[in-house]
Design a protein around this ligand. Sequence first.
Ligand SMILES: [Zn+2]
Length: 300
Amino acid sequence: MIRDDFCTACGAQSWRPLFEVDHFPIEKCRVCGLGRTKVDRRFPSFIEQKFYGDHYRKFYLDSRTKFLLMARYRRIIRQDWPYFSSVRNILDLGCSYGYFLEVAKEFGWDAVGLEPNASIYQYLRKRFSKSQVYNFTLERGRFRDEFDLVTYWDVLEHIGDPKRELALVHRALRKDGYLLVHCPNKGSLGALISGPKWGWWSPPDHLYHFTPESLRRLIERSGFRVVFLKTSNTEEEIVRGIFNLLSPKKIPRIAGWLNLLHDLTQRVLRPLLAPLLILEGRLGKAGLITILAQRRESSE
Ligand SMILES: [Zn+2]
């Protein structure tokens, strides 16, 4: 029996091949709709090169990227502030360059971030103390009943065994603590229209492709009660999606393009895209999922 054949979200064992993206086969669970990238996980260095190379560093260290991401994090937390008003400390998993740790400080929270990549950790250590950032994964952390809120900002889709990971989150949270996951929506209009050209397949670093339904199932099976699930989008994401669809090759996700798209959308497309953004959100078909869940007393 190959354990990998079971769907991590719903436990079913029925996969349908979709297509290949950059030579990586993508398949989906026939029961819950979860997508996964078929990749030989014995070669993590391949993922390491793509995900943490120059390209990634330039994109994330660009001041505009930082500004947009921090604005997004603040907006999401403020929109549902009553759930977060009693939070005192948080754990941000895959904290990358620490932008959410900075936002957490603005809210007055004690923030701890885990970042397994050594070179990013070196950067983090120049900006955060030794007790705030750690160069390891949740498995090594051995946290227990410690945090009010655990966050994954565009990280859960990178993790090889999300069910096991969420069991560790359950252990790390205090009683009634919250889990927040933000990730691309494979069930979005953009993904449906774009097919294999959807920008967020991003193999091989994106191993799973969540829909609202499959993410909800995964989280509920991991010992949590879903508080809310929403989808949202930004003008930049929509315009980038259109560029991806129309261009023969994917537009590199680099800072120059992002700046150009951002300026363009700010000036010209914002009024035209506003109704689409609202409609997508209402239908649960916008490009990004945000889910907030609360720890139940015992894990499955
Ligand atoms: Zn499934």
